[in-house]
Design a protein. Structure first.
Length: 270
């Protein structure tokens, strides 16, 4: 019996317009009625997620910044911040990148350097709310604890950004490619999967009672902690190989369709 559902956002729950399914409010009510816990697991910050969900956010568990921030309803957030010297090391390494720029993700604010790349600015603002745009050198002076450094690389992070960061940091930190233009750097052991496992232990829920949905590499660790693991039809091949099942694409409302089918809910009634 399913007791816990965890889903990624971009490319998974959200449609091609970055909108939530119209059926979600009614579906969440039905899940709560059945005492099934619903968690969102995303590389996005809590600011963007809670704004997107609006009033629905009050009772949702949020695994934000790939697990660097975990928020339970009506509780203080659990945060994992990067050491300042490591942030400076990342900033130094980013100077050599031809296209990638660092985005410093704090709990309260997002920071990225001034640049004249309109496509990059648009990409950053798609995922981060009210980012602070500052001169590059000012990033070294940010005092706010930083949960994650995201690199926006419009040439694709696998080509340059990931190899450069791996050369700089080795295996001491989590390096995850999280999108076509994105890679993320977090403290070692900070992943969606680790956060989901912590949630399972806290609630006494087993992987056999867990369903998870994802589409990109940063979702793999989460899928590995769910017996009912679903890669979206639009997922990368690496993710599809790790999942036990395939869900319809995010453009076909795949998460809602699978949940309705599994739980015996008539989608038309939502």
């Amino acid at each position: 019996m399913i007791q816990l559902i965890a889903t990624d956002m971009d490319g998974t729950l959200l449609d091609e317009e970055k909108q939530l399914p119209a059926q979600l409010p009614a579906l969440l009510e039905e899940l709560y009625r059945r005492d099934i816990t619903f968690a969102v697991a995303s590389g996005r910050s809590h600011m963007m997620l809670t704004n997107l969900f609006g009033e629905l956010a009050e009772e949702i568990i949020f695994i934000c910044d790939n697990g660097a921030c975990v928020m339970y309803p009506h509780e203080a957030p659990l945060l994992h911040s990067l050491p300042k010297d490591v942030i400076h090391q990342i900033l130094d390494a980013c100077r050599s990148l031809s296209a990638g720029v660092p985005v410093l993700c704090g709990f309260h604010h997002i920071y990225y350097p001034e640049n004249d790349n309109a496509a990059m600015q648009h990409e950053i603002q798609r995922y981060y709310r009210d980012p602070q745009v500052v001169p590059y050198d000012d990033l070294y002076a940010v005092d706010e604890p930083i949960l994650k450094v995201a690199l926006c690389d419009t040439n694709g992070p696998a080509k340059e950004s990931y190899p450069v960061m791996h050369e700089a940091l080795g295996d001491a930190y989590e390096l995850l490619i999280s999108g076509d233009c994105w890679m993320d750097i977090m403290c070692k052991g900070v992943t969606k999967g680790a956060a989901l496992q912590g949630l399972q232990e806290r609630m006494g829920i087993t992987p056999a009672e867990t369903m998870a949905f994802g589409d990109y590499d940063n979702d793999i660790s989460m899928l590995q902690h769910a017996e009912f693991s679903y890669a979206m039809e639009n997922a990368s091949e690496r993710v599809r190989q790790q999942a036990k099942h395939i869900a319809p694409a995010n453009t076909k409302n795949g998460v809602v369709r699978v949940l309705c089918e599994t739980l015996g809910i008539h989608m038309e009634s939502l």
